[in-house]
Design a protein around this ligand. Sequence first.
Ligand code: GDP
Length: 174
Amino acid sequence: MTEHLLKILIVGDGNVGKSSFVHRYVSGQFNKTYKMTVGVDFSVKLLRWSDKEKVRLQLWDIAGQERFISMTRIYYKGALGCVVMFDVTSSSSFSSCRHWKQDLDNKAMLPNGDSIPCILVANKCDLAHRAVSADTIDKFSKAHGFITWMETSVKDNKNVEEAMRMLAQEILSV
Ligand code: GDP
């Protein structure tokens, strides 16, 4: 059995649902009051990928960041993929995605110099009052080199596993 270790970053403004996303994905729960410790922390999820392969996903969540800040290279070191998350009801959290992606493109490179694969995640799609249209997200995602984008609801457990699988698939196909 081969085991792949994938370090994956989860970035985005504060309150978009990063900690809830990781918690849901790793433990299958949505807990409104759940909060990770402030600072960088990571959680682990093991996936059976095929008959011969296992995948160990190491999810690095930056907790406690209210808006975009340039991260240190240490945080990005060795990362093979990233989830850039915003809240569909917050246009400012969407605007920040451009900065998050730029910071990633500058600092998080694969050994061959390419940018690491990033998926754009539009969270809280269960909420009615949207601030960003699907068309705008789609154009942005294509213009900034995301592998794709997906709507998720951590609350309703919609597309959380799908988004992570898509990203892992892309990483393993490189
Ligand atoms: P973080 O600061 O990005 O880690 O965000 P949190 O995970 O702490 O979530 C911020 C708030 O959004 C919390 O009150 C969560 O319960 C809530 N939340 C997270 N995901 C969703 C979602 O998909 N739908 C709704 N309605 N609320 C969510």
